[in-house]
Design a protein around this ligand. Sequence first.
Ligand SMILES: C[S@@+](CC[C@H](N)C(=O)[O-])C[C@H]1O[C@@H](n2cnc3c(N)ncnc32)[C@H](O)[C@@H]1O
Length: 254
Amino acid sequence: VQCYWQGVVKPIGVVRSIYKEKFGIPRQPGLVESARGVIELNDEPFLAQATKMLDQFTHLWVIFIFHRHDAKNWKPSIRPPRLGGARKVGVLASRSPHRPNPIGLSAVKLERIEQLGNQVKIHVSGLDILDGSPVLDIKPYLPYADSIPQASNGWAADPIPRKPVEFTEQALQDIADQETRSGQRGLQELITETVALDPRPTSQRRKLKADAPESVGTRYGFAIEGCDVKWEITSTGFRVLAVEELGPEGRPKS
Ligand SMILES: C[S@@+](CC[C@H](N)C(=O)[O-])C[C@H]1O[C@@H](n2cnc3c(N)ncnc32)[C@H](O)[C@@H]1O
């Protein structure tokens, strides 16, 4: 069968996200409101024209490629993290990245649009997208059509669990130092929102449950905003131990 769209579907840009690795990325948009990023559109005159009046909207749909997935490995049933990895659902009844076509769909907040010559940069927040993801399309989020208050959450109806997050003196000092170096604010809020969701992969969350006594003291790390965040499980939630600056190769500098 000749597909009319073959050769027609081409990325129009790329997502520059604070999430450079999969560990730590929220599982849906908006769960970490301070997760910022930039959609860098290709440097082409028609794309500058194509974004005219986009700044009138507060939220956008981003249609992107799960580029770090092997689409050949998708399975018809998956174990969603929301169900603790214990139960299976059909992949098309899920938002899993492992699907027949590796296409993602996220509603994000539009912060501002920057234009330098033909290069358009769309600053957004609430991202659940990995850095480097190719962007296929952007559409305005239209509340009158896209917001359906009576819609059901199906098997994902339970509220999103969030754990309390505390910081050691060392971690707070590290954050203050990092903010002085980068000139950016809000790092503690970003780490709090991300860690509160328990960013561990489902396999680790099943092996060591966050509220089990034997999990207390287990340590983890993940990269965010050019920092390596070290944290541990406590008896009441999570504790951030240190926030080290990452070097150009993605390794801690010290
Ligand atoms: C459950 S999916 C939902 C994405 C989107 N909101 C959707 O529903 O299509 C979100 C997860 O996809 C993964 N992810 C995001 N961008 C990716 C990429 N480019 N390649 C592979 N996995 C990615 C991250 O692990 C993230 O937590």
